[in-house]
Design a protein around this ligand. Structure first.
Ligand code: PMP
Length: 368
């Protein structure tokens, strides 16, 4: 049977939430949450105040992003916020811009950026590929910076660095379970998502911290027209989950959600590294030790994905996706991320059992 390792479905933290039990429960009565509106006077009129409070709290506790000088915009996952941000950064030029604004990201980039942009065939923006190759001088552009990066876990900075550039920082994985928290980030647009913070992808809640009020208003407009807001049940449930995660940070051991997350991720990476080292058939990146201000110790990153390549001697075609597919392991080819088919992305966010099957199959391929 095929083992699906191509999606970043974050079921890895399930045991933690199972153990937390009733503390995470939230119920709704039939007369609750009927209205579209939450707070008609607020900039983000569909955002639940409780969610705003809990998002700010978790950022302050973890120390990964500044929240005080930013507007908060909630979205249907950060997927919707990516488009909302692109719309907001392009729309002032709508009537004066002769052609759509270029959107770039350094390869290997998160494949969905290209998919989202290409799907719309928008008059406002267009996909212009790898930021390293971008040489369309004197044109305005938007650069998406994913840090830590999906697919390769690397901490990133902008690449193009030219006047006229607008930046969107996608910080979906800038949480202690994946990487060291080295500074409190303070960028103009920072995107986060419950999907990767606590693992509650099914709730479809993302948020943006946006410095400029006009940009934030346009993002809200996009969400208003696109989906008339965001599910209140989802927002309140996410607020509850975030409050439990924040509270847990008062504890030192594995009751602390982020330390638990780091522990399980580090364990998976350790097992993967052992197999890779033993068989010498695959290559995975190594990450430097960095001081984490959240846990106050030195840690090596344990990214959400393993960016693998193969080194099979006497094999002309080193297509990593194909080699794994032959053992019924379904991964996403590097070519989808603006890289090459020698590379492939394997999700490290799966349940323990599935991950162990993956390791067994990897060993079988390596021995073949
Ligand atoms: N950005 C990055 C870098 C991601 O990896 C993902 C999910 N894989 C998203 C955004 C979107 O997440 P969601 O829509 O679930 O919030």
């Amino acid at each position: 049977m095929n083992l699906i390792c191509c999606r970043g479905d974050p079921t890895v933290f399930e045991p933690y939430w199972r153990k937390a039990g009733e503390r995470c429960s939230i119920t709704f009565k039939g007369d609750q949450c009927l209205s579209y509106l939450t707070n008609p006077k607020a900039l983000c009129w569909f955002m639940e105040p409780k969610l705003e409070e809990e998002i700010k709290k978790v950022h302050r506790i973890v120390g990964n992003a500044k929240v005080d000088d930013h507007h908060l915009v909630v979205g249907n996952g950060s997927s919707q916020l990516i488009l909302a941000a692109l719309y907001a950064l392009c729309s002032p030029n709508h009537h004066t811009q002769p052609h759509p604004i270029d959107v770039v990201s350094a390869a290997p980039y998160y494949s969905t950026y290209q998919e989202e942009v290409d799907l719309l065939c928008s008059a406002l923006f267009r996909w212009a590929g790898d930021a390293h190759q971008y040489d369309n001088k004197d044109e305005p552009y938007i650069e998406l910076i994913t840090s830590p990066n999906n697919p390769n876990g690397v901490i990133r900075e902008p690449v193009v660095n030219r006047p006229g550039g607008r930046l969107i920082h996608d910080l979906a994985y800038y949480w202690p379970q994946y990487t060291a928290i080295t500074s409190q980030l303070d960028h103009d647009i920072m995107l986060f998502t419950a999907s990767k913070c606590t693992g509650h992808a099914g709730s479809r809640i993302g948020w943006a911290l946006v410095r400029d009020e006009e940009v934030a208003k346009k993002m809200v407009k996009f969400i208003e027209v696109n989906s008339i807001g965001v599910s209140k049940e989802s927002q309140l449930r996410t607020a509850k989950i975030l409050s439990v995660a924040s509270e847990s940070c008062q504890e030192k051991g594995l009751n602390n959600f982020f330390l638990y997350g780091r522990h399980v991720m580090a364990n998976k990476w350790k097992k993967l590294r052992e197999i890779v080292k033993k068989h010498q058939r695959f290559i995975i990146p190594k990450y430097p030790l960095q001081y984490c201000q959240f846990s106050k110790d030195y840690v090596e990153a344990s990214p959400a994905y393993a960016w693998m390549s193969c080194k099979f001697e006497n094999m002309e075609d080193q297509d990593c996706e194909k080699i794994l597919k032959d053992q019924n392991v379904i991964v996403r080819s590097g070519s989808r991320f603006g890289s090459d088919s020698k590379h492939a992305r394997v999700s490290m966010l799966s349940r323990e059992d599935d991950f162990n099957v993956f390791l067994q199959r990897l060993s079988a391929i390596s021995k073949a």
